[in-house]
Design a protein around this ligand. Structure first.
Ligand SMILES: [Zn+2]
Ligand SMILES: [Zn+2]
Ligand SMILES: [Zn+2]
Length: 139
């Protein structure tokens, strides 16, 4: 178990459990968004799917991870930057889908331009997905 995971849980006031540390360690070991299946496969068999699902749900509520849709419409999860807190996310950045490795990356440094909707439309959320070749695959 890494100290980084323990610190993150403490910062977001999430009670420390074995599965939460395991899931968070897995997120910290990757620099791209993870699908439900990838997380399930990586986490030890002693945990069932429901427990993993609940862990992801509570992480999302506590501002630790955010949902990312990839180009196939699969939900993935990515670690939030430090400016997300419980029940208040600030993830208005571009997501990048690599056509070679298939991974989806958070480009925190690329902000989504502000969206002006017609006055009779109400904004709830948005996602901004860019396709291309990531820096590892273009080497
Ligand atoms: Zn967030
Ligand atoms: Zn790639
Ligand atoms: Zn993101």
């Amino acid at each position: 178990m890494s100290h980084a995971s323990e610190d993150l849980l403490a910062t977001h006031q999430v009670r420390k459990t074995k599965i939460r540390l395991e899931v968070l360690d897995f997120f910290l070991s990757k620099n791209y968004a993870l699908s439900h299946a990838e997380i399930e496969n990586a986490i030890s068999e002693s945990h069932d799917r429901v427990t993993i699902y609940r862990t992801l749900k509570s992480f999302e509520e506590q501002g630790l991870i955010h949902k990312v849709l990839d180009d196939s419409g699969t939900s993935k999860y990515a670690l939030c930057a430090s400016n997300c807190i419980s029940h208040r996310h600030n993830d208005a950045h571009v997501h990048f889908n690599c056509e070679k490795c298939g991974h989806t990356f958070c480009l925190e440094e690329v902000a989504i331009p502000s969206i002006q909707l017609p006055s009779d439309y109400q904004l709830i959320g948005y996602s901004f997905l860019v396709q291309g070749i990531c820096k590892d695959c273009s080497k």
